[in-house]
Design a protein around this ligand. Structure first.
Ligand code: HEC
Ligand code: HEC
Length: 477
């Protein structure tokens, strides 16, 4: 089924530019296309073919195309990944899972400007602080991430095209990593990323004295102790859970014995689940790319003309993936407890130590972005409209930031330090710094276009949340 979908996408992609597909595939507006079903809400039917004439060359110029197909995975691997993603057993105090902060019902984020760590209560989008700590950054979406080179807002997990990892754990890095058996099991940056949340005290691990993961002396020992919880030791004779032992063996039939499993297999399975469950690419925009000129309303097309044209959004959020996979400084207001100092987040520079990377963050791709607010690395903007308005004059948006849009949890955690604000403004990259004139109507059109990047299936995701997980720990809270 998936490979058939992929084939169709490729065939349709070959039809670009749209005009080259002739009348086939509905590219020519039908004469009766303007008839509105009186039972429908008054929608804006696509009526102006001149908009398509304007938009299509811009799309070609921007190399717009359906995203590359997701890697297919075996159902057994996906099932294991699903169990691990929702199981609080991966956290030190057994009180938080990946889904607590990346829940399907919150667009695979948590609906918060910055996340709430272990000790917090409930799952996204209803998470409460309780005894949890605020995490320094916004939880990004997990849509269509399988082929991305960089993970995290600062790209601190990276898998280069020749398969070398760069991560916060030296034992995984370089062409001959010390923990080679773990790296061998990690096929993507996404898989490598998935093994890091349990190493963060605030996110999942807990404080010294809390539990055996919190008391481990290094990452490799944390990861080994997670495997003890899952599959046990002595080839399953001691500890572990029978259900996980069976799930791991079914998912990885080539692995000889239980003691051969390591945290790399956990990462690979979680990534397989994310790549399968959260791979959604059938938005109205994607349908338009495939030749259905009626898929976008006139105003969404006007937004697209701005996005790929004068507003120059596609310079960074372009191509098939709607991201350049690079890092930029765009002057986003800093909200949250701070990562590098109180209230401060330096961005990419803390990974590379390169002065040019100050306040740079990864360009997120924008498919399904409407579902994953608040937006930006600090969750500074709580509406898409405000996120778009930022680009009119980024330096001014930074200086005149309206904190009243924030949740009370973070409203007093906006960095206003004059020196740091000046440095943030100074760092804004040239192209964005110039800003872009947008009327209120044009802002609204851009928002409509961004909303047209949502695959309706992302709203429901049936079957993605399991009823139970192997540990028996609660799933629905
Ligand atoms: C406490 C909330 C929390 C938990 C629990 C959590 N995450 Fe995250 N996740 C975040 C935040 C916040 C970030 C961004 C951190 C950064 O960029 O420094 C993030 C980043 C990510 C990213 C990077 C996405 C991108 O586009 O760069 C992935 C993938 C991810 N998390 C998957 C997971 C998985 C898998 C788990 C479980 C093993 C998990 N997360 C657990 C909050 C959480
Ligand atoms: C120079 C590159 C660049 C350009 C041009 C650009 N963006 Fe961005 N965009 C980024 C980066 C980098 C971020 C993340 C910044 C951060 O969080 O600090 C971002 C974040 C966003 C987000 C938030 C996504 C999320 O997951 O939180 C939206 C929405 C967005 N951009 C829309 C636009 C629109 C609309 C335009 C055109 C008006 C545009 N961008 C132009 C680089 C760019």
């Amino acid at each position: 089924m998936r490979s058939l979908d992929a084939l169709i996408l490729i065939l349709l992609a070959l039809c670009l530019p749209l005009t080259a597909c002739g009348g086939g595939g509905g590219t020519t507006p039908e004469p009766d296309a303007e008839v509105i079903d009186p039972g429908e809400d008054p929608v804006d039917p696509p009526t102006d073919p001149l908009l398509d004439t304007q938009l299509q060359p811009l799309l070609q110029q921007a190399n717009a195309a359906p995203p590359p197909p997701a890697t297919p995975h075996s159902p057994a691997l996906v099932s294991l990944g699903q169990a691990l993603f929702f199981d609080k057993l991966l956290s030190g105090n057994r009180n938080i899972s990946c889904a607590s902060c990346h829940h399907p019902s919150a667009g695979t984020g948590d609906g918060l400007s910055v996340s709430i760590g272990e000790g917090g209560l409930g799952q996204a989008p209803f998470r409460q602080l309780a005894d949890g700590a605020l995490i320094p950054r916004n939880a990004p979406h997990l849509w269509n991430l399988g082929r991305q080179r960089f993970m995290f807002w600062d790209g601190r997990v990276e898998r280069t095209p020749n398969g070398v990892l760069r991560t916060p754990e030296p034992a995984l890095n370089g062409p001959n990593p010390a923990a080679g058996e773990i790296v061998a099991a990690l096929p993507t940056a996404l898989a490598a990323q998935a093994i890091f949340p349990p190493t963060s005290r605030e996110e999942m691990r807990g404080q010294p004295g809390d539990n055996e993961l919190a008391d481990a002396t290094d990452n490799l020992e944390i990861w080994r102790r997670i495997m003890v919880r899952l599959v046990g030791t002595d080839n399953g004779a001691t500890g572990g859970l029978l259900e996980y032992q069976v799930l791991f063996q079914t998912a990885f039939p080539a692995v000889q014995q239980l003691d051969d499993f390591n945290i790399g297999h956990v990462g690979a399975a979680i990534a397989a689940f994310i790549e399968t469950a959260f791979d959604l690419r059938n938005s109205p925009y994607d349908q338009y790319l495939q030749g259905d000129v009626t898929a976008l309303t006139d105003d969404a097309k006007r937004g697209a003309i701005l996005y790929f044209g004068r507003a120059d959004c596609a310079r960074c959020h372009g191509g098939p993936e709607l991201t350049d996979n690079r890092f930029h400084s765009i002057g986003v207001p800093q909200v949250g407890p701070g990562r590098d100092a109180p209230l401060e987040d330096l961005g990419r520079i803390s990974v590379t130590n390169n002065a040019n990377d100050l306040y740079m963050f990864k360009t997120p791709h924008l498919r399904n972005t409407a579902l994953n607010g608040p937006w930006m690395h600090s969750g500074a903007y709580t509406t898409l409209e405000n996120a778009v308005r930022h680009y009119i004059n980024p330096a001014q948006a930074l200086a005149n930031y309206d904190a009243s849009q924030l949740d009370p949890l973070v409203v007093n955690l906006v960095d206003l330090d004059p020196a740091r604000q000046a440095a943030r403004a100074q760092a804004i990259g040239g192209a964005v710094r110039r800003g872009v004139n947008l009327t209120d109507a044009e802002v609204a059109q851009l928002v409509l276009f961004l909303e047209s990047l949502t695959d309706p299936a992302a709203l429901t995701l049936p079957g993605v949340v399991p009823a139970t997980v192997p540990s028996g720990l609660p799933v629905g809270d």
